[in-house]
Write a protein that binds this ligand. Structure first.
Ligand code: CU
Length: 129
């Protein structure tokens, strides 16, 4: 390839690389960055609320709190406006193993969902010799 042909071709290469980069960024789905209680954590004091922090603004459309497979009602309401942080008040929680199932619609319109779990209690039974 002559240098003249390369010179003509170069802008297309740059354009292609730029478009690929933009496509790569926009295809990154939103995800849960952190939660309180954290995934796989044990808390001695039952939490009065559950907080979710996402890596960008999302509309939170589902939060299910379960203990031993049974659903517990919370103050959760689907969000109308995108936010990156949510706090959901919980009723009085007893000791037990909890699971949180959530779903959120990200800025790109994609629905992402996942779950995490935490334990309420001292864990003294499990750690006893
Ligand atoms: Cu996406």
């Amino acid at each position: 390839m002559s240098s003249l042909k390369l010179f003509k071709f170069l802008p297309y290469l740059v354009l292609f690389a730029t478009l690929s980069l933009i496509a790569g960024i926009s295809s990154a789905h939103n995800a849960l960055k952190e939660s309180t209680p954290a995934d796989e954590s044990t808390v001695e004091t039952p939490p009065a609320e559950i907080s979710l922090v996402f890596n960008g603004p999302v509309r939170l459309v589902k939060v299910e709190l379960l203990v031993s497979g049974e659903q517990i009602s919370t103050e959760f309401r689907p969000s109308a406006e995108p936010q990156d942080q949510f706090v959901i008040a919980t009723p009085d929680l007893q000791a037990g193993n909890y699971t949180v199932n959530w779903a959120a619609i990200g800025e790109d319109g994609h629905t992402v969902s996942n779950s995490f779990g935490f334990m309420v209690g001292t864990g003294s039974v499990a750690s006893a010799p």
